[in-house]
Write a protein that binds this ligand. Sequence first.
Ligand code: CA
Length: 440
Amino acid sequence: MYEVNETHDPNLQSWVESANDPNTDFPIQNLPFCIFASAKNSDMPRVGIPIGDKVIDLWGCYGSGLIEAETRAAAAAGSESTLNKLAGEKSSYTALRRRLSKLLSTDASDADRKILGEHMVEAAECSMFVPSSIGDYTDFYCSIYHATNVGSMFRPDNPLMPNYKYIPIGYHGRASSIVVSGTDVRRPHGQNRSDAEKPPVFIPCKNLDYEMELGFFVGKGNEMGEPIDIANAEDHIFGVCLVNDWSARDIQAWEYQPLGPFLSKSFATTISPYVVTMEALAPFRTPAFERDADDPQPLEYLNDEQNQKFGGLDINLEVYIQTEKMRNENIEPHMLSRSNPKDLYWTIGQMLTHHASNGCNLQTGDLMASGTVSGKEKNECGCLLELTWRGTEPIDLPSGEQRRFLEDGDEVIMKGYCERDGFRRIGLGTCRGRILPAGV
Ligand code: CA
């Protein structure tokens, strides 16, 4: 795990003025990676590093003389159209963070500022892309509050399955339908059997939902047959992003037994374009979930002292909705929930180690997601299924509208940021998507 170091110093200021705005997601202490394109680079996707309201073109820097030996492997990956190559170069991208922290600070020389400035573009003029080539996507189910809420809707007497406190539950998601923030999402068709007296019908989804999740990318992979020790789990994690696991609840209710969700999830998953590295998150670590005294301890292969002490992540996750009517009437997006992955029952290290524990080979660029991040309180529920209790308690919106589930034209906007006394606020950016009507 990364220690807090000079790159996290809250007093560091950048000569890029917008990076010193207290509300920016991308101060000099963050330095995430993304894949961007801009007209300046002939719209060719390549590796970028957001700073304030600008994006640094890493490949441009590679040829500029600013990059030193130990950072070259990472910088040389700057011309790639995905982060996969860079994500496998841990020591080099770690060195690159230190180098960029110096080059962007107010201590940088005029000559370095001038060269670096030539390799920056305005973020507002950039297109963003899914940052990695995702071979496999796995979605976990690690919020005990979410699992208990959802379980109690279906099995009031026995909401949690007996395996829940032993296994980080997950299923294999669909990688091909992962899209970047800002992509419209079409309402899916599927089998609906809401009338138990009749056969199912194939119709547009009626109960469309979102799920607020924390995603993380695999950095270094493992060979097939070689599990990953929990003590080394984070060596294999590149960084995190926001995930919206769109969910068709009516389709899910009919299809999920006996093998779990399938078409209710695979029509679309939206992610934020920035990968915030594990090093940037070092000041925002928390202990693993504090289990009740009568809960079992994690089995040995998931139990590690460091992971128990620092394996959690303190990230504020917020979900907003803006309906078509709200947009037309210039009503600001309405906050639906706030939650935090520090409340997850399992750490991301435990998820990764469990995933590889049977010898399954994880590959650089794979995406894993935490499952819906919900907290104890009603306003900490990370999906509408919980917030409206299966649609029985509609939400009132400032436009006078109500929502049980998502309607066409609704936009779901997710935000993530870290704040802690004594450290600079950093953000994960935004993950947004708007619902289009079902096709014919
Ligand atoms: Ca999910």
